[in-house]
Design a binder for this molecule. Structure first.
Ligand code: SAM
Length: 378
């Protein structure tokens, strides 16, 4: 395997040289630097100590967690033996000390304990029962096959970070795959990304509840064709009940773009999309702390991270939005600037903000008719 050295955040890492990322013997995607930056920032804020990068590939994520956050013990695992070898090389590049290498496990004990393993992630997580404060699931496609083991391996007040890159099922291009993987009906059109994120979290909610646990969403977003969510697990049947109470459905009128949501375990009407998570997508305090840290930290995609967190910090945390272009098209009107519509709604006393889901959309607590009226008045 031909390797080249790259740097990202505080890490220097050898990655395979390849024409296309999916042809490489070990996976490395530079576009995901922003995903890793945001994870580093969140991990710094929550100060998790024992961390697992369950699907680690080159080790870059775990190595960054060890170098850039207060984590004291970081495990990096991958089923691919080439990845395991590369993780060991990359540990040597970034940390001093002797690496003890066994058949499927390598350990470096210095200021921090660093562990590389070459196991099926499910096996590893099932063996390390209630062990980790933070588990990162960053798979190819859907994370669902790893979710149960992760919920057994995370401590009862720990945090799970979950990436899903299977946007085609979650956004309704492959609805049968969404039914199979997430047991949910997805929607196409302008709301598909937010609905996809809420389907992912809604499915996690149903998995969590069976362990008599619930969760709080610390931070969740859609970007660069992937979904990402960080949840803090909460112990107790009551927490599980409270989490399930945040599930519900979306109803959407294609003729005019009006949507309705319903909090309920079962839908009361036909043509419901979901089940979806209808609770919060962020913990405001955590997002603000991440934004502050991003200003001073040496991260890879500082400018993009600051811009992105800036939007999320201000974003009204209510389910769904109005895309001004789609709204105009559906109602035979001309598209208008989002900023103008926000201004009109605010003048009328409503809350209205931009949303990270779309640059042409707004979130508001105003009723549909008021948004349409604002668009018509311009
Ligand atoms: N987290 C990495 C990063 O930030 O660069 C990228 C991970 S890549 C998307 C997914 C990895 O999961 C691949 O390296 C693959 O070998 C590994 N993988 C797939 N199935 C696995 C399993 N059952 N157990 C452990 N690793 C697995």
């Amino acid at each position: 395997m031909e390797l080249i050295e790259i740097s990202e955040g505080k890490a220097r890492v050898l990655v395979p040289k390849a024409e296309r990322i999916y042809d490489a013997p070990v996976f490395y995607n530079p576009v995901m630097a922003l995903n890793r930056d945001l994870s580093v920032l969140l991990l710094k804020v929550i100060e998790a100590k024992r961390v697992l990068d369950a699907l680690s590939a080159t080790g870059i994520r775990g190595i960054r967690y060890a170098l850039e956050t207060p984590a004291t013990e970081v495990w990096m695992n991958d089923i691919n033996p080439d990845a395991f070898e590369l993780i060991i090389k990359n540990l040597g590049l970034n940390f001093s000390g002797k690496i003890e290498i066994h058949e499927k496990k390598a350990i470096l004990k210095g200021n921090k304990v660093l562990v590389a393993t070459n196991l099926d992630a499910n096996r590893l997580m099932n063996e390390q029962f209630r062990y980790f404060d933070f588990i990162d699931l960053d798979p190819f496609g859907s994370p669902m096959e790893f979710l149960d083991s992760a919920l057994r391996s995370v401590k009862r007040k720990g945090v799970l970070a979950i990436t899903a890159t299977d946007t085609a099922p979650l956004c309704g291009a492959h609805p049968k795959a969404c039914l199979r993987k997430y047991n949910a009906v997805p929607i196409r059109g302008e709301l598909c990304h937010e609905a996809g994120l809420r389907i992912l979290i809604g499915t996690v909610a149903r998995y969590v509840a069976k362990y008599d646990m619930g969760f709080e969403v610390l931070f969740a977003y859609y970007k660069d064709h992937y979904f990402r969510t960080f949840i803090r697990v909460k112990d107790g049947a009551k927490k599980g009940d409270e989490t399930l109470e945040q599930l519900g459905y979306l109803y959407f009128d294609k003729r005019n773009g009006k949507f309705e949501i319903e909090r309920s375990f079962l839908p009361s009407k036909p043509k419901a999309y979901g089940p979806l998570w209808l609770g919060e997508l962020k913990n405001q305090e955590i997002v603000e702390k991440m934004h502050k840290l991003a200003e001073k930290e040496e991260i890879a995609e500082k400018k993009r991270v600051l811009k992105f967190l800036g939007i999320i910090k201000e974003e009204l945390d209510v389910p769904f939005f109005y895309d001004t272009h789609a709204l105009a098209r559906r109602n035979n009107l001309e598209a208008r600037k989002v900023a103008k519509i926000i201004e009109i709604l605010e003048e009328k006393g409503y809350k209205a903000t931009r949303t990270h889901f779309s640059p042409t959309a707004l979130k508001t607590d105003a009723p549909f008719e008021e948004v349409l009226e604002a668009l018509k008045s311009l």
